[in-house]
Design a protein around this ligand. Sequence first.
Ligand SMILES: *Cc1c(COP(=O)(O)O)cnc(C)c1O
Length: 417
Amino acid sequence: MVKENLMTFNRAKKYLVGGVNSPVRSFSYVGGQPLLIKKGKGARIYDYDSKRYIDYVLSWGSLILGHAHPAVMGALKKRIDQGLSFGATNALEIELAAAILEAIPAMDKIRFVNSGTEAVMAALRLARGYTKRDRIIKFEHSYHGHADYLLAASGSGLATLSIARSRGVPEEFIKNTLVAPYGDSEYLIRTFRKYGSKVAAVIFEPVGGNYGVIPPDISFLRFLRSVTSKYGALLVADEVITGFRSRFGSLSEEFGITPDLITLGKIIGGGLPVGACAGKEKVMRYLAPLGKVYQASTFAGNPIVMQAGVSTLLTLKKLQKKYPNLRDLTVELTGFIREQAGEYAVPLEVNSYGSMFSLKFKSREGFKKFYKGMLDAGVFLAPSEYESNFLSFAHTGKDIEETKKAVKSALSRVRER
Ligand SMILES: *Cc1c(COP(=O)(O)O)cnc(C)c1O
């Protein structure tokens, strides 16, 4: 009876481009048939042949409570009978806004959208409208969603698929995007000296999550704050991954940096499509309807999404003292992987921060073999060395033990060749 997966994938290929709705879901990097998932519970997911996997993708870092958390599911079931969308304000939007802004005290106002991409688009348009400048600076290998002008030197799926710059993006659209090397303050100083009066914003990920995990250079991030202030540009922290990931709030705050705008997504929607742009009052009031920077959406602040977000954040808040446990579990797993890579003499770079980790093999072949080994042993990792893996509060010591066994058998496969 192990045929459902294959049948489902064949049908998917008939109607969906490459059988997927997002390129990162394809197994282009590792080869073979991508996973098709029927359901999930806690740290586990199940494919159409009922094979079980321990999940370290977690909807690309969205599900910090794991799959189908009872508090979230219960609240959604109760809420759903009251209707799905109104195109008018619902109290749940206020509740989620309050929950987020209380956790990120440096920000005064928030605008909800439907994805991280939209959140970044709103933030950068706002930065441009506020400063009356056009240029933005992003860093090499960072990923800020799929808006045209941000698809230059990007991480995530573009890095995986070796797409330096997406086709279909006119040169014109990208000419105001300056790409800087991360951590190079000299480079930035030169850039600001040259274009300072034209730069609307610098956007950064507090911890890089889209070119593997890139640990933060905190003094560089502090420098970003001072150089942007000096030149009158805004600092935008893209916390679509890091918001609520390693602490209950923003990571910028932990680093002692107060950006002008913070973009959020993933975790704050509890598994439903969401994005948000939070900011200081003086900037946010430039946004329509108060200001002249236009931004709109049919589904923004959707009550079902907001409910999932509210229930997720309420549950997370109760768990907030346990963030260190989540980190410890990650340290235990990544430490083991490092140690075993040594044992099996497999050159492997393991990067991690909080509950995020990534693995970089010496060759793509090595990663492919390891990846297939893990999959066979029932562990789902991100199917690219450029994507991050995540732990959730649903992951237990037992899951880690099982994952360790998988690691040993997968590494032994990399070895024999
Ligand atoms: C995922 C991600 C985005 C884009 O969010 P979508 O919901 O996929 O549009 C933007 N920035 C960062 C840092 C992300 O990780």
